[in-house]
Ligand binder design. Structure first.
Ligand SMILES: [Zn+2]
Length: 136
């Protein structure tokens, strides 16, 4: 899939996509209430449908998307109750999938470490989504 065909989703579109709550997930991704490592072998590709991306265009003069996280209530990166802050890391690097089996929306991104590549996934709870801009 080329970049041109990927739909850039805004926060409100993500809310609409995530109709089913994470606790209704019945497939292998139900462990992903917060960010979890999901090796390709465990990613249920057959039932996942690409829905778009949260990746933003880089603002003029900025070298890379922010690695800043957003935790106003003292949550951690992998907390199940951490906000899905679409303007912050790692949500600003996520692609969005829809599960055909349980109707959950799933966020996925790939972390590139020095010696490893790690795919992580998190189910979308629409109530956890926060966005900086009002029209999002
Ligand atoms: Zn599912």
């Amino acid at each position: 899939m080329s970049n041109e065909t990927i739909v850039k989703l805004k926060a409100f579109e993500l809310r609409v996509l995530g109709k089913a709550m994470p606790d209704q997930c019945t497939c292998t991704l139900k462990i992903c209430q917060g960010w979890e490592s999901v090796p390709d072998a465990r990613w249920p590709a057959d039932q996942m449908q690409a829905a778009g991306t949260l990746r933003q265009e880089l603002p003029e003069g900025q070298m890379e998307l922010t690695f800043e996280e957003f935790h106003p209530n003292g949550t951690r990166y992998d907390s199940p109750n951490a906000p899905i802050a679409v303007d912050y890391f790692p949500y600003n690097r996520c692609d969005v999938f829809k599960c055909n089996a349980c109707q959950c929306a799933v966020l996925k991104y790939t972390e590139f470490g020095g010696y490893y590549v790690d795919t992580r996934a998190r189910l979308v709870d629409p109530e956890m989504i926060v966005a900086r801009s009002a029209e999002a």
